[in-house]
Design a protein around this ligand. Structure first.
Ligand code: DQA
Length: 142
């Protein structure tokens, strides 16, 4: 199984940004945690991050016929991006949405996810462990 993990803007600032909300783990250690978990589970994983909406759209387009699943945390673009939703619909790859924080218990504007309707599952508020839970979901579900 081949999974692609896509992270949106400011996720690279983990460990620096709003530690009370996102925790103290750095982005670098999150990426190595995801990689070693995938290795332990004998699956292949690629991890990418961008602060640009268009780059995220391109990453999704390039996944076409190359990946069995996408794990995506579009970060702030979650709440605004029809382009990311349309890209996911275009490639038609099973997708799990992850949010580190509990977006439902924060500002009202974070409650809306443009991609939720497309995603097979949304994992919200489980901290960075949410990415590993998303891998588990694919292992059970595909
Ligand atoms: C986030 C929640 C978003 O509202 C926010 O813009 C982020 C991260 C999360 O993982 O909790 O950057 O997607």
């Amino acid at each position: 199984m081949k999974l692609l993990v896509i992270n949106g803007p400011n996720i690279n600032m983990l460990g620096v940004r709003e530690k009370n909300i996102y925790g103290t783990k750095t982005y670098k250690s999150l990426v190595s945690e995801i990689r070693s978990y995938a290795k332990k589970k004998h699956i292949s994983v690629s991890v990418t991050q961008s602060n640009y909406e268009g780059d995220i759209v391109t990453a999704i387009q390039k996944a076409y016929k190359k990946y069995d699943g996408i794990i995506i945390n579009p970060a702030a673009y979650t709440h605004t991006s029809i382009a990311i939703l349309d890209a996911l619909k275009a490639v038609n790859i099973k997708t799990v949405e992850v949010h580190i924080s509990n977006v439902n218990k924060r500002e009202a504007f974070r409650r809306k996810s443009m991609i939720k309707s497309y995603c097979a599952k949304s994992i919200i508020g489980k901290g960075t462990n949410g990415y590993l839970l998303a891998i588990d979901y694919f292992l059970k579900d595909i």
